[in-house]
Write a protein that binds this ligand. Structure first.
Ligand code: GLA
Length: 397
C-alpha cells in the first residue's frame, strides 16, 4: 500500500540528477540550458475501448508522473538515460530502437516533421508503474515531447503535441490506439475529469469536487498492449463496422455511428463476437454521457453504477478483462464507501480503478489492501491518487 499523494518531485529530482551525473553535463551548464517536463499517468473512469471507434471517454490524470530532463546537444543524436532501468541509449535520427527507447525515438521523429528539434541529452525517471494500465507510455511520450520542444526553443499547442505523440505510438510502436491516453496526459486539469469526444477532439473539464477519492488496484498482471489482443479488438471493430455498413446501406464512419437501435436492426449481419464488440461500444458511449452528467451533478452513486456496468460490458461483451481484474472490481465494489469500480486501460491485466467516498478513503484503502493479495493475486497493490494536471514544464534548477 502506498499512502498519500506522491507529487512529481521525486521523478523530477532523479531525472535532473541523472542528467548531471550519468550524462556528465557540468552542473553550471545543466542549470543554464536544461529543461524538465513532467506528464502524468491516467485512469479512465468510463469509456473503455471507445476512443479508436470515434467515441467518448472520461479519464482523469493521476499524480504519478514521468519526468524528462533535457539539454540540447550540438549534433543530432539523442543520448537518453532511463534511470528506472539504469540503461542508456544513443539514438540517431533514422534509428528505430526497441523497448522504452522506441517511444523517445518515435516522438522525436514525428516532432521533427514540424519543428527543428536538436539532438539532446535526456534523462527519464518515473513513478508511474509500467504495465499497470496507467498509460506510462503516453506519459513518457508527452514529457519527452514537451522537453524536446523546450530544447528546440519551440512550442506547440498541447492538442498538437498530444496528436504528435499519438502518431508516435501508432507509427513508432505499432499499437493501433486511439487518442485517450495522449489527450489525458496532455490536457487533464487538477481535480477534474476530462470529457473527451474522440471524433471532434473537443473536450470539457468536469470538476470532481473534493468529495471523492480515487483508488487504483494494480493486479500485478502486466499487460503489454502491443502483445495483447488490443490490435485484434481494433480489427474486430473495423470488421463489425463494415458488415453493418453493408447491411444498413448507411455511410457509417465508425462504430460511434452505430447506436443500439441500428445494431439490433442489423444484428443478423454479425456473428456473435462481432455483435458483442459493437454492443459494448454503443452502450459504453451511453455510459460516458450518463457518467459525465452524474459527475457534473455530484451524483457519485450514478457515476459508480456506470463504472460497474462498464466493467461488466468490457468483461462479457468486449472480453478484455481477466480473472484478477474481475476479482479486484468485486473486492472494491463489495467494500463500504466505494461508489463503483472497473478495469481501466487496455485490459488483459493492469489495474482497476475505484471511485470512493473521499471522507472514507483511508478506511476503504485499508480494507481493500488487507484483502488484495488474497483476492487478486500475490503481486496486487493498492494506492490512492489525486486527479492531477497534464503535461507541463517545471523549474529545471
Ligand atoms: C489503451 C489505449 C487507449 C485506449 C484504452 C482502452 O490505453 O492506448 O487508446 O484504447 O487502451 O480504452
Amino acid at each position: 500500500m502506498t499512502r498519500g499523494q506522491s507529487g512529481a518531485t521525486e521523478p523530477v529530482r532523479r531525472a535532473k540528477s541523472s542528467l548531471q551525473a550519468v550524462l556528465a553535463t557540468k552542473s553550471s551548464e545543466t542549470e543554464r540550458d536544461s529543461f524538465v517536463a513532467v506528464a502524468p499517468g491516467r485512469v479512465n473512469l468510463v469509456g473503455g475501448h471507445t476512443d479508436y471507434n470515434d467515441g467518448l471517454c472520461l479519464p482523469t490524470a493521476v499524480d504519478r508522473h514521468v519526468a524528462v530532463a533535457a539539454r540540447p546537444r550540438d549534433d543530432d543524436l539523442l543520448r537518453v538515460h532511463a534511470t528506472d532501468f539504469d540503461e542508456t541509449a544513443t539514438i540517431g535520427p533514422d534509428d528505430a530502437p526497441d523497448g522504452w527507447a522506441a517511444y523517445v525515438a518515435a516522438v522525436a521523429r514525428v516532432l521533427r516533421e514540424q519543428v527543428a528539434v536538436p539532438g539532446a541529452d535526456l534523462a527519464i525517471a518515473s513513478d508511474v508503474p509500467t504495465g499497470a494500465g496507467l498509460s506510462s507510455s503516453a506519459a513518457l511520450e508527452l514529457a519527452t515531447g514537451r522537453a524536446l520542444l523546450a530544447a528546440a526553443d519551440a512550442d506547440l499547442p498541447t492538442v498538437d503535441l498530444a496528436l504528435a505523440c499519438w502518431r508516435a505510438e501508432r507509427e513508432g510502436v505499432g499499437v493501433e490506439c486511439g487518442i485517450l491516453d495522449q489527450f489525458a496526459a496532455g490536457l487533464c486539469e487538477p481535480d477534474s475529469a476530462l470529457f473527451l469526444d474522440c471524433r471532434t477532439r473537443e473536450y470539457e473539464q468536469v470538476s470532481l469536487g473534493g468529495a471523492v477519492g480515487i483508488l487504483v488496484i494494480d493486479t500485478g498482471v502486466s499487460h503489454e498492449l502491443a502483445d495483447s489482443g488490443y490490435n485484434d479488438r481494433v480489427r474486430e471493430c473495423r470488421e463489425a463496422l463494415s458488415a453493418l455498413r453493408e447491411a444498413s446501406g448507411r455511410s457509417l464512419d465508425a462504430l460511434r455511428d452505430v447506436d443500439r437501435d441500428l445494431l439490433e436492426a442489423h444484428a443478423d449481419a454479425l456473428d456473435a463476437a462481432h455483435y458483442r464488440r459493437a454492443r459494448h461500444v454503443a452502450t459504453e458511449n451511453e455510459r460516458v454521457k450518463r457518467a459525465r452528467d452524474a459527475l457534473s451533478a455530484g451524483d457519485f452513486e450514478r457515476v459508480g453504477e456506470a463504472m460497474v456496468a462498464g466493467h461488466e460490458s468490457l468483461r462479457d461483451d468486449y472480453e478484455v478483462s481477466c480473472s484478477e481484474l474481475d476479482a479486484a472490481v468485486e473486492l472494491a465494489t463489495g467494500t463500504d464507501g466505494v461508489y463503483g469500480a472497473r478495469m481501466t486501460g487496455g485490459g488483459f491485466g493492469g489495474s482497476a480503478v475505484a471511485l470512493v467516498d473521499g471522507a472514507e478513503l483511508g478506511r476503504v484503502m485499508d480494507a481493500i489492501d488487507a484483502r488484495a493479495t488474497e483476492w487478486v493475486g500475490a503481486d496486487a497493490r493498492v494506492f490512492a491518487c489525486r486527479p492531477s494536471g497534464g503535461v507541463r514544464l517545471v523549474d529545471a534548477r
